[in-house]
Design a protein around this ligand. Structure first.
Ligand code: AP5
Length: 209
């Protein structure tokens, strides 16, 4: 299955993507995580991207599209994939059409004040990249892989607000683009993590293809 997860910052795209990819046995492709990995690997792209991400701005389309093209070319994507955080502009959505077809777009939404609270409590794992909330943690160590947890630079409240602004500017066009194709399902992201997962599975059907 070829899936896209759309939704505002902090709505749970990454959290849900890990679970759904595990169930469907498809790779989770998060553009945000790919960029953070570039930075951890000290690459030129990582440093260029940091100039944008640290201010809550979008990284230019040409860099992101090239990165996605390369990632979708890896053989593990033959069985399907889940795109998390891509496309984020209408140009990216149009470019994606010339790279691959998409089966379904999962649009997760929730009130922004709730999302700001989630973002301000988020901790990321420096090892496996999973995201947690402080309310579910007893230490600053990843419960899954034991690596140290850290706070994302773009999770500072002012930067997070900027990310919401940009999301609002771009989102309408992308939603229209996929609504016209009739492949969108809408999911309430304000519920518990387990309930959101159940609803996604119910809506997309649990079978890989
Ligand atoms: P990216 O990493 O994609 O950030 P984002 O889209 O802003 O999304 P987040 O990672 O903030 O949130 P999420 O929805 O994954 O939530 P999560 O599951 O972690 O992108 C970062 C930056 O990279 C961008 O700002 C941009 O600069 C650049 N970039 C990336 N893609 C780009 C593109 N295509 N084009 C241009 N630039 C690009 O959950 C959040 C927290 O809430 C966690 O603590 C989690 O434990 C908790 N939580 C999740 N679900 C629930 C729930 N149901 N109940 C309670 N708590 C929950």
């Amino acid at each position: 299955m070829k899936l896209i997860f759309l939704g505002p910052p902090g709505v749970g795209k990454g959290t849900q993507a890990v679970r759904i990819c595990d169930i469907l046995d498809i790779p989770h492709i998060s553009t945000g995580e790919l960029l953070r990995e570039e930075l951890r690997n000290d690459t030129e792209l990582g440093h260029v991207a940091k100039g944008y991400t640290s201010q809550g701005k979008l990284v230019p389309d040409n860099l992101i599209i090239e990165m996605i093209k390369e990632r979708l070319d890896v053989p593990d994507c033959k069985k399907g994939f889940l795109l998390d955080g891509f496309p984020r502009t209408i140009n990216q959505a149009i470019a994606l059409e010339s790279i691959t077809d998409i089966d379904m777009v999962v649009n997760i939404d929730a009130p922004h004040d709730l999302l700001l609270e989630r973002i301000s409590g988020r901790r990321m794992c420096s090892g496996c990249g999973k995201s947690y909330h402080i309310s579910h943690l007893s230490s600053e160590i990843c419960p899954d892989c034991g690596a140290k947890l850290y706070i994302r630079e773009d999770d500072k409240i002012e930067t997070a607000r900027k990310r919401f602004e940009i999301y609002e500017e771009e989102f309408g066009d992308i939603l229209d683009f996929y609504r016209k194709k009739g492949i969108i399902v809408d999911i309430d992201g304000a519920q518990t993590i387990d309930v959101v997962t159940e609803n996604i599975i119910k809506n997309i059907g649990g079978n890989n293809k």
